[in-house]
Design a binder for this molecule. Structure first.
Ligand SMILES: C[S@@+](CC[C@H](N)C(=O)[O-])C[C@H]1O[C@@H](n2cnc3c(N)ncnc32)[C@H](O)[C@@H]1O
Length: 217
């Protein structure tokens, strides 16, 4: 989880810095912690606008209290389910905070593995990405089965621990179909643009997550 948060910080730093993105849609926000999306983005560009979305009411209560942001930018909170992208896209708080005619970074950080095949996560991502103009970005981190023993994977994917699915590298990469991956492409989470991190870095087996960022074309 620590490495996942470090990826979030590096991804937002890249998006707000190198890519010049000023609008973020962060779905699966989680409980506020250090270096939340708007904090990282507004440190680089105070005018950054961020919409947080989660389906856990407790997360939203804490987010509203703690994720207040820079007055020259904007933060908003939407109580909605990732599996219902059209409800997210038409939510009044989103509509009044983000200009969907201008580039947006869609952040799906450690959330898509909670969406099983029965809810067609690929269609969900396609619906969200197709609402964004070219020049937008997609950032995803996701737990993988690739480094875990088959028995553990069968157990975790079997539904006993709730809905969701660990995915292989190829299954993860499919989320980026139709978009253009930025360097270094699909990599173990801890390896994504990690040049500034202290050494030694964790091995791929230790995080068992993939990450990538792509450009909407
Ligand atoms: C592991 S946390 C990740 C939090 C944060 N993105 C991070 O990377 O630190 C997953 C979050 O996704 C939310 N979540 C899970 N399924 C969801 C869904 N179907 N729709 C919206 N949020 C969901 C959970 O409530 C939780 O806050």
């Amino acid at each position: 989880m620590l490495e996942n948060r470090r990826f979030l910080r590096r991804a937002v730093t890249y998006l707000a810095g190198t890519a010049g993105i000023r609008q973020f849609l962060d779905i699966g926000t989680g409980l506020p912690t250090a270096d939340n999306t708007h904090e990282v983005a507004q440190r680089i560009a105070p005018s950054s606008r961020v919409v947080y979305v989660d389906n856990d009411p407790l997360v939203l209560v804490h987010a509203r209290a703690l994720l207040t942001g820079n007055p020259s930018g904007a933060t908003a909170y939407v109580s909605a389910d990732l599996r219902d992208p059209s409800a997210i896209l038409r939510d009044p708080a989103l509509v009044s905070t983000l200009d969907l005619t201008r580039p947006v970074a869609l952040m799906l950080i450690a959330v898509l593995h909670f969406v099983g095949e029965e809810d067609d996560p690929y269609a969900v991502v396609r619906a969200l990405v197709s609402a964004l103009p070219p020049g937008s970005f997609l950032a995803i981190s996701h737990a993988t089965s690739d480094y875990l023993p088959p028995a553990v994977v069968a157990d975790l994917n079997g539904g006993k621990h709730g809905q969701g699915r660990l995915r292989t590298r190829a299954e993860f990469a499919r989320f980026f179909d139709g978009t253009s991956l930025v360097e270094p492409g699909v990599v173990p989470l801890s390896e994504w643009r990690d040049e500034a991190e202290t050494r030694p870095r964790p091995a791929a087996e230790e995080t068992a997550m993939y990450a990538a960022v792509s450009r909407v074309v």
